[in-house]
Design a protein around this ligand. Structure first.
Ligand SMILES: NC(=O)c1ccc[n+]([C@@H]2O[C@H](COP(=O)([O-])OP(=O)(O)OC[C@H]3O[C@@H](n4cnc5c(N)ncnc54)[C@H](O)[C@@H]3O)[C@@H](O)[C@H]2O)c1
Ligand SMILES: O=C(O)[C@H](O)COP(=O)(O)O
Length: 469
């Protein structure tokens, strides 16, 4: 277990009642606290974290060594060290955990870090007794029941673009590889077969790339493809500014019927599941190519295998699959194995040193900010709220972080509770059924902190109340 890197300057518990002040709701309760009413708290100070201003007070009303973090799926070392530097207990696993193991492990952690394989379902989230925040160290968040997490006051963060370039570069490589049938030639050579052919091998210059989903990855790819002389069309559900000389088309069919290469860069949603099946593949040009580095469920694999084996498609590159093995070394099977000119990769689109390192830094910082100062900027399932930092010289100031049901009358109730105090600043926002309020309150005594915590957390709309100082 790592030691804390900070110097406790004052134990609040000794300065107040025997039981100490109440500082946290059901989430992010320090180890050793059997309930929210009996936490072990120390007040700590250390250097600036999470981009807070130099003179900002570091808010941490708990012993950081009691915060438990579980990191799965080989999350990058940049994240492990950033979280350990905070003094948190960090346990790491190289692979994803199955449901049973996950339920056992998640029970008493305050924060979990995952990548694309760990399924945080309703059942798993319901087993998490102290979870306050989830970090997806990747782009996709479809593996998490986001709505259920929000309903429990659990914020979810991801890394929206740190691996986009890596995916775009892989797709460029695949366009060239497919065009020259390099996957098959390479295999033949390793099998001892010399087969020098040019039939159906093409330059990519002047060919049409059809991009489905023109977000971070699709638009980056558009720029790279044009620089190699390709013509770019894209299809997206929202109107978007075309980069370079690319052109947005009105329908998926318009794209499928014109493109020599179709590449998919949409998130997994109810609308995109099974988006490419027999009907769509039939609309694609004879000899054209399909690339999928988005999510495995977007393409119907039996239909794709049929289109490849019949020769309707000239080839495909697939990085993501409806069912992916949980760990390296596990057996992989798919109807696509053995299809002609078909490149299969083990979900490595975003797997570069650069991307993983950046993701580790980015997501760990978001987690640290949420745990230590309540900031939810960048959360994907949660209202995004932040406040200017409490200054280091504001000795008796606290920050109230209140996640609550988004129903009428809540703010009036909170205003009544805070009426006798000096609210320095306050901000609140809502997203769907939940809302999040942050308020900085100055000149409060330890007894008043307890009173504010108790009254706010007893409101009928309470989901999670935390008081940071
Ligand atoms: N293979 C990998 O390792 C890897 C790495 C990163 C991301 N991904 C996947 O790629 C996906 C896309 O990433 P991104 O960063 O470009 O996402 P993004 O959110 O920036 O862009 C997605 C785009 O798809 C569009 N879209 C949504 N639904 C659509 C629909 N039904 N039809 C057409 N367009 C639709 C959106 O409007 C948006 O412009 C991620 O959600 C993730 O699942 C895979
Ligand atoms: O969503 C993503 O960013 C990609 O699918 C990469 O996921 P990974 O981190 O599990 O490789």
């Amino acid at each position: 277990m790592p030691s804390t890197n900070s110097t406790p300057v004052q134990s609040i518990a000794t300065a107040t009642s025997a039981s100490g002040p109440i500082i946290a709701g059901p989430a992010l309760i320090p180890e050793g606290s059997s309930s929210a009413s009996t936490p072990v708290v120390t007040r700590e100070r250390q250097g600036s974290v999470g981009g807070l201003a130099k003179k900002a007070k570091v808010l941490k009303p708990f012993n950081t060594a009691n915060i438990k973090i579980l990191l799965l799926e080989n999350v990058n070392e940049t994240a492990v060290s950033a979280l350990r530097d905070q003094g948190y207990q960090v346990e790491t696993f190289a692979k994803a955990l199955g449901e049973e193991d996950l339920i056992a492990k998640i029970k008493d952690v305050h924060c979990i870090g995952i990548r694309s394989k760990t399924k945080l379902t309703k059942k798993v989230l319901d087993a998490a007794e102290k979870l306050g925040v989830i970090g997806c160290f990747c782009i996709g968040t479809n593996q998490v029941d986001l709505e259920h997490a929000a309903s429990k006051g659990i914020a979810v963060f991801n890394s929206p673009f740190s691996n986009s370039r890596s995916v775009a570069e892989l797709v460029i490589a695949e366009i060239v590889l497919l065009s020259r049938q390099l996957g098959d030639r390479n295999k033949e050579m390793h099998d001892g077969v010399w087969s020098k052919v040019s039939a159906n091998c093409y330059e990519i210059r002047g060919k049409t790339l059809g991009i489905v989903g023109y977000g971070h990855i699709g638009s980056q790819l558009s720029v790279l493809a044009e620089s190699m002389g390709m013509r770019v069309l894209f299809y997206d559900v929202v109107p978007l500014m075309p980069l370079g000389t690319s052109k947005q088309v009105n329908t998926l069919s318009d794209l499928l019927t014109e493109a020599d290469f179709v590449t998919l860069h949409v998130p997994e949603t109810e609308d995109t599941k099974n988006m490419i099946g027999e009907n769509e593949l039939n609309q694609m040009k004879q000899g054209s190519f399909l690339i999928n580095a988005s999510r495995g469920t977007i393409v119907q694999i039996p239909a794709l295998a049929k289109a490849l084996r019949s020769g309707h498609l000239g080839g495909a590159a697939v990085d993501v699959f409806p069912k992916e093995p949980a760990a390296n070394g596990k057996f992989f099977e798919s109807e696509l194995v053995g299809c002609p000119n078909t490149l299969l990769t083990p979900h490595i689109g975003g797997s570069t040193e650069e991307a993983q390192s950046m993701i580790g830094v980015e997501v760990s910082q978001a987690l640290i900010k949420f745990i230590n100062s309540g900031t939810s900027i960048g959360a994907v399932n949660f209202p995004e709220v932040d406040l200017r930092a409490i200054r280091d010289d504001q000795e008796n100031s606290i920050r109230l972080c209140y996640t609550h049901a988004n129903v009428p009358g809540v703010l009036l109730r909170i205003t009544n509770i805070l009426a006798e105090h000096n609210v320095d600043k306050q901000f609140s926002d809502s997203k769907g059924k939940i809302a999040y309020l942050m308020a900085d309150i100055s000149d409060v005594t330890p007894e008043q902190i307890q009173d504010i915590y108790r009254r706010v957390s007893e409101t009928p709309t309470n989901i999670v109340t935390r008081v940071l100082y």
